[in-house]
Design a binder for this molecule. Structure first.
Ligand SMILES: Cc1cc2nc3c(=O)[nH]c(=O)nc-3n(C[C@H](O)[C@H](O)[C@H](O)COP(=O)(O)O)c2cc1C
Length: 233
């Protein structure tokens, strides 16, 4: 009897982790081993940067400092304190095509937790969770020396992505938190940071709670022809 042919094992997609990554906004209480966090920061640090300047710093906030920061940011958010980012993020005014993407992302998020568009109270409650770092075991603040221009932000974005990809590869979940950048003076005051440290964003990091509805959020991407073109002449 001839042996059955053995099907070749499907080769894993080398870009698997890149496509698997998505923002995680609910975590288990399991701690992240400091050695694991160190691996992620080494991965972030491996990012390329213009002239190898390696801009940006990651600050972990723990214990009383983290709680003070969360309470101060929640106070700003809930009292309607004016937002004053260190750097411009979104185009103002937002063009309609981008606004549609923003709305779609918000719908994906609030839809996952069953919050209606008109339910401002529930939306605010979810938004406030940004300032609690989504109760993640690890909370990071990402800063940049204020003397850097847009290039420094670009370099730092690569490092941030390196950190998030490495987290995915090691089975961890993460979410960048731009909401923190709305109140940079508060972050600097509470953490006693130098005035010339721009507050870029926060990062929540930990083991994803696989059962949390918010972690079922799925976002889409624009069509490739809208993203990539070839010009010959
Ligand atoms: C710099 C940056 C800041 C972000 N800020 C927030 C935030 O404040 N709150 C939040 O819930 N998600 C935040 N996100 C996550 C984005 O909403 C998310 O990346 C986007 O919707 C695409 O979804 P995905 O990460 O699941 O692919 C941020 C992402 C980046 C890269």
């Amino acid at each position: 009897m001839s042996a059955l042919p053995i099907a070749p094992a499907a080769s894993p997609d080398p870009l698997h982790f890149l496509h698997q990554r998505r923002s995680t906004r609910a975590f288990t209480t399991q701690a992240v081993d400091p050695s694991l966090l160190e691996r992620l920061l080494i991965a972030a640090r491996a990012a390329p940067s213009g002239a190898n300047l390696q801009p940006g710093r990651f600050i972990q906030v723990q214990g009383a400092a983290r709680e003070r920061l969360t309470q101060a940011l929640l106070h700003d958010f809930e009292s309607g304190a004016p937002e004053r980012e260190d750097y411009a993020y979104f185009p103002r005014p937002m063009p309609m095509a981008l606004r549609k993407r923003q709305v779609a992302a918000a719908q994906a998020l609030y839809g996952a937790i069953g919050v209606e568009r008109a339910d401002q109270l529930a939306r605010d409650a979810q938004f406030a969770r940004n300032y609690r770092f989504f109760d993640a075991p690890v909370a990071l603040i990402v800063t940049l020396d204020a003397h850097f221009g847009a290039g420094g932000y670009m370099d730092l974005g690569m490092a941030l992505y390196g950190l998030q990809l490495a987290a995915t590869a090691l089975g961890l979940g993460s979410c960048a938190i731009g909401a923190l950048a709305s109140y940079p003076d508060t972050v600097r005051r509470v953490l006693a940071l130098d005035a010339d440290q721009h507050v870029v964003c926060g990062v929540a990091l930990g083991w994803a709670d696989a059962h949390a509805p918010i972690n079922q959020t799925r976002t889409s991407r624009i069509a490739l022809p809208d993203y990539y073109q070839i010009k010959i002449n």
